[in-house]
Design a protein around this ligand. Sequence first.
Ligand code: ZN
Length: 182
Amino acid sequence: MVYCSIGHVHFPYLANRFSHTNIKGIKMKQKKQKKARTKTYWKKKADNLWSEIIRERVCRCEVCGRPGQFTKQGKQIKGLNAHHLILRGNLLWRHDLRNGVCLCVYCHKWSPVCCPHGGSIDSTIGFVDFMKDNKPEQWAWYEHHKDIRKTPELTMEETYNYLKELQNTGEVLPYSERVNKD
Ligand SMILES: [Zn+2]
C-alpha cells in the first residue's frame, strides 16, 4: 500500500490491473476494426511478389540483356517485367516461378523481332525460337504444363506466404510438388 502526497491510499496492484484491462480492450477493438482481407487482395499481393521474385533473381532482360534500374529499396528490378509463359488465367501456374521470364518492357511488349506480346507473328515466332535455343528446359516445362488446369491447392493468402518462403530460400518448386516429394 502507498500513500500519495495528500494522504489518499493507493493500491498499485489494482492500478496495474485496470490499466492492463484498458490496453487489452483497446487492442481488441483495433483487431475488430482491421478489415478482413479478401481473396482479391491476396491475389494481387501474390501477383506482385511473384513478379518481384522473377525480376530480382535475374535483374536484367533475359532476351537483350538490358539491366534493371534500382528501386529506392535497392532492388535492381525497375523497368523490367515478369512475363508469364502459361497465361495468368490458368491459376494453377499463375504463381509458379518456373512460369516466369524476366524481360525489359521493350522485349515484353514492343520488339518486332522477339517479343511475346508484340502483336505480330514474326515477333511471337522470334520469342519462341529464343526460348527453344536459350532456355530449352524451361520451354519444355511450358510445353508439358500449358494444357493442365486444376484448382490450386493453396488459397491466395497461403500462396503469398509460400512465395515469401521461396523468396527467402531462393528455391523454385511450388508447394504441391515439394509436398509430394517429401
Ligand atoms: Zn530486352
